[in-house]
Write a protein that binds this ligand. Structure first.
Ligand code: SAH
Length: 268
């Protein structure tokens, strides 16, 4: 990779936290490990003196925190999005260990923005939110009591990023493949998914009344591949060509019906 990795390209995203103290504790955990970019998606009871109090001397991280309404707003410009989860989900996703997450985040921070996403204290991230991520991370914990406090989970992940930074300094970080094109950003993938869904519905392949898990499985396929910007633009071109073809074919059929005297109202 040509540019230098940097903590500045790695953001921690907390989704819909209910306790402001946890936001403060997360800010402190981040700053201890050298991270400073905090995004808060719909935080409850925030801003709050409790957050400032728990942040101790990391209130500068809180001052700079970006508050947004949706997860998409927090991760749209990122080309690597990692969702953290205290438990196994029904459809498994490409998984990283916390160590791999730290190493990959550090290596990729040289090239693009990275988001690591943490869920609600009571019920974590929704499946829909987890499906906006390229990778999932689970911190190995006691299976009988697997959920860490959110700020403790932030601490573990940020520690691994710091370890990766130190390992890289010694020249011991594993090498990740160089690539000629940047990976697609999350927001462009989202445009692609809605374009894809639209086209599959027009083709009659996807039943909007009964979509089952098709889009989830397609999302996972693309998460696994992580298409680059060029590949994604080709794929979008294919969808546009498909939609144009359907449109022109529909028009031709309509014209032919018109010529043979048929009408859509059944008059003759
Ligand atoms: N009852 C919730 C627990 C949420 S804990 C659930 O079942 O999902 C709050 C957040 O802390 C989680 O959404 C996740 O972001 C993080 N977290 C807690 N324990 C974790 C673990 N073992 N591995 C990874 N993330 C964890």
């Amino acid at each position: 990779m040509s540019k230098q990795p940097t903590f500045d390209n790695i953001r921690i995203v907390l989704v819909n936290t209910s306790h402001p103290g946890n936001v403060g504790a997360a800010a402190r955990a981040m700053k201890n490990m050298g991270l400073s970019r905090l995004y808060l998606v719909e935080p409850q009871d925030y801003p709050s003196p409790k957050a400032v109090w728990r942040a101790a001397n990391a209130s500068d991280v809180l001052d700079k925190a970006v508050v947004v309404e949706t997860l998409a707003d927090a991760v749209g410009d990122c080309a690597m999005v990692v969702g953290t989860s205290a438990r196994e989900r029904r459809i498994p996703w490409p998984l990283l260990t916390p160590r791999e997450c730290g190493e990959r985040s550090w290596a990729e921070s040289a090239e693009h923005e990275i988001a690591i996403v943490f869920g609600r204290e009571d019920r974590g991230l929704t499946n829909e939110e987890l499906q906006q991520c390229h990778f999932h991370v689970h911190i190995p914990s006691n299976p009988d009591y697997s959920a860490l406090n959110i700020s403790a989970a932030v601490q573990v992940i940020c520690y691994e990023i710091r370890m990766a930074y130190l390992t890289a300094k010694e020249g011991k970080l594993p090498h990740f493949d160089d690539w000629d094109q940047p990976p697609a950003k999350q927001q462009d993938l989202e445009y692609y998914f809605s374009h894809l869904q639209d086209t599959l519905e027009t083709l009659g392949f996807l039943d909007p009344e009964n979509p089952r898990q098709t889009m989830t499985r397609l999302r996972r396929l693309y998460a696994r591949i992580r298409p680059d910007e060029m590949e994604l633009s080709i794929l979008r071109g294919v969808l546009t060509a498909t939609q144009n073809y359907i449109f022109h074919t529909d028009n031709r059929i309509r014209d032919l019906k018109g010529e043979s005297g048929e009408s859509s109202h059944g008059e003759s």
